[in-house]
Design a protein around this ligand. Structure first.
Ligand code: PGA
Length: 249
């Protein structure tokens, strides 16, 4: 046993209106019945406060925050604003933001530190593109991202890493189990190099087309400490089998 409790987080991306609150409540009810897994949903900012109201037992988080505390940044939301409405965590560095908003490793490090300062937990994402994967550069790419975006004061009580191969996100494609094992092992080794012993307590999630059919196998890999789940987290019907698999892993 690693001593690390499994952690499954849904990432709703740009999905969900008020009508989804009953789905969130139903996910929360199933999660509350399971002892051996931590469950969170990272929601659109507009749903966070209402979801906390509808599902007070569930950890609710955001999908991004700005690196500054406040300032002239139209349309952006600071970590303190998220914390104020009750968010407990935020994702930073998701590949969709790295791509769509041209976020750099330095931006992601700054966002993670801003979230930490506001009292939020952080899920820091990394992952290689299909071209990098096919060229055999996945481990080099991902460990370089981690080195360049690792926030100061990294500790398991607030920081989680999520490995998400970009080519596996939303595509139904999942890497071979040996590849996942190699990557998660390489991430653990890089973390040890960067932060020493604390690395062994930090959870490393796998993300990219995780579903009820493949979760048990992925979660049995030694350094896979949970999942970051997109599409399959949008309904209790698809998400609950994943959290149940994590509770048993
Ligand atoms: P997916 O997304 O589960 O739909 O592949 C995962 C993610 O982007 O976090």
């Amino acid at each position: 046993m690693s001593g690390r409790r499994k952690f499954v987080t849904g990432n709703w991306k740009m999905h969900g209106l008020g009508g989804s609150l009953s789905e969130i409540a139903s996910i929360a009810a199933s999660a509350a019945a399971l002892d051996d897994v931590d469950v969170a949903l990272c929601l659109p900012a507009t749903l966070i406060a209402r979801a906390i109201n509808a599902a007070p037992s569930l950890m609710i988080g955001a999908q991004d925050c700005h690196q500054e505390r406040n300032g002239p940044h139209t349309g952006c939301i600071s970590a303190a604003m998220l914390a104020e409405i009750g968010a407990m965590l935020t994702i930073v560095g998701h590949s969709e933001r790295r791509q769509d908003q041209q976020e750099s490793d330095a931006d992601i490090k700054a966002k993670a530190e801003a979230a930490r300062d506001a009292g939020l937990s952080v899920i820091l994402c990394c992952g290689e593109s299909e071209v990098e994967h096919d060229a055999g550069q996945a481990v080099a790419r991902v460990t370089a991202q981690i080195a360049a975006s690792m926030p100061g004061g990294a500790a398991a009580d607030w920081l989680t890493i999520a490995y998400e191969p970009i080519w596996a996100i939303g595509t139904g494609k999942v890497p071979g189990m040996d590849d996942v094992a190699e990557m998660h092992g390489a991430i653990r080794t890089k973390l040890r190099e960067l932060i020493g012993k604390e690395a062994d307590a930090i959870r490393i999630l796998y993300g990219g087309s995780m579903n009820g059919g493949n979760a048990a196998q992925l979660l049995a890999i030694p350094d896979v400490d949970g999942g970051l789940v997109g599409g399959a987290s949008l309904s209790a019907e698809k998400f609950v089998p994943i959290i149940e698999a994590a509770a048993k892993a």
